[in-house]
Design a protein around this ligand. Structure first.
Ligand SMILES: [Zn+2]
Length: 336
């Protein structure tokens, strides 16, 4: 039985959550927003129309999203009730061109975490380099790379499977990750630069101008726990400084890339004076929650589409309410 069917059946047994009750903050996580009909090899987000349905539904049930900063203020206010905050990680251009107009039109707000160093250097994140290599190669089969194993690459489905299978092999320190990507591109016969689909600084400036919150997301999107303390500090502090320089704003929030962090990371974000940091650990946040280890729940298309591929209010509300958290906890994230 597929995950979509399991979620559908679970949602039947679960009444939608109510907006009243003790204070709680649900933080929802998005990355990319695609044009309807767009079918990238590595799909890391929702279609524009699905995001619009999500925003309309949340507004309709009295849970129009706010920024993480505003959500934390709600938890600290002593008032009860459910509050939903929305986040976008990485800083893709489509966040500005597709998500931002929808948020403004629906009266919703969100926090955008920017990978400052990649934006500055116009460099594609490593998973985009991997997807681009798999999309561009003329090979129909790859042998000879020990970590990759013999892999069929004939057709889109085979390439998508290869990507999913290979992603965990890139949980490496930065230098090793680059070396492995280079070796793979070479083995696949791919040359040239991967196009960078992140926003430019000029484009990103529209986010704070629209009244949204901007947070930091490191310089180069490393797996932070694989870095030494100085490396972690440079990645985090560097991104805060660069955002201040380019956008003229102070970041108070941070998102751990891929959710990856350790005790050193926690110390660094506290020492830097950041008021919040979000993880990828699914769950709700209650008053007294550690503001540097905030739980956050994916709000993917899979969470909202029924087995026939139609947007389902019941599934979407069950996801917001945490009905599928247990399913997700078993799958740690590697990319994004
Ligand atoms: Zn990320």
């Amino acid at each position: 039985m597929t995950g979509r069917w399991v979620r559908w059946l679970l949602s039947l047994a679960r009444p939608p959550g109510r907006g009243d009750g003790p204070a709680r903050l649900t933080i929802l996580r998005h990355h990319r927003v695609y044009a309807d009909g767009e079918r990238p090899l590595y799909r890391l987000g929702v279609a524009e129309s699905v995001l619009d349905r999500q925003l309309a539904l949340l507004a309709e049930v009295g849970l129009a999203p706010v920024t993480v900063g505003e959500g934390l203020a709600h938890l600290a206010s002593g008032r009860g009730g459910h509050c939903v905050a929305l986040t976008f990680d990485d800083g893709y251009r489509d966040n500005v061109t597709r998500a931002l107009p929808l948020l403004v039109r629906r009266g919703a707000r969100a926090t955008f975490y920017l990978t400052a160093g990649l934006i500055e250097r116009r460099e594609a994140p490593w998973w985009d380099v991997l997807a681009h290599a798999l999309t561009s190669t003329r090979l129909t089969r790859l042998d000879g790379l020990l970590w990759a194993g013999p892999t069929g690459l004939d057709g889109e489905t085979a390439r998508r499977l290869a990507l999913v299978r290979w992603l965990p092999a890139f949980r490496l320190p930065p230098r090793e990750r680059v070396a492995r990507l280079d070796a793979l591109r070479s083995a696949l016969g791919v040359t040239g630069t991967t196009p960078c689909e992140l926003a430019t600084w000029d484009e990103a400036a529209a986010v704070p101008r629209a009244g949204m919150e901007v947070g930091a997301h490191t310089m180069t999107h490393p797996h932070l726990s694989l870095l030494d303390p100085a490396g972690q500090h440079d990645e985090i502090a560097g991104s805060i400084t660069l955002i201040r320089t380019r956008l003229g704003i102070a970041c108070h929030g941070f998102a751990y890339p891929g959710g990856d962090h350790d005790r050193t990371t926690l110390r660094v974000v506290r020492d830097l004076g950041l008021t919040h940091a979000v993880t990828t650990h699914a769950g709700d946040n209650r008053p007294g929650a550690d503001p540097h280890a905030l739980r956050r729940r994916g709000f993917s298309e899979g969470a909202c589409l029924d087995p026939a591929g139609r947007f389902s209010r019941r599934l979407a509300l069950a996801e917001v309410d945490g009905a599928f958290d247990r399913m997700r906890r078993r799958r740690p994230e590697v990319a994004a």
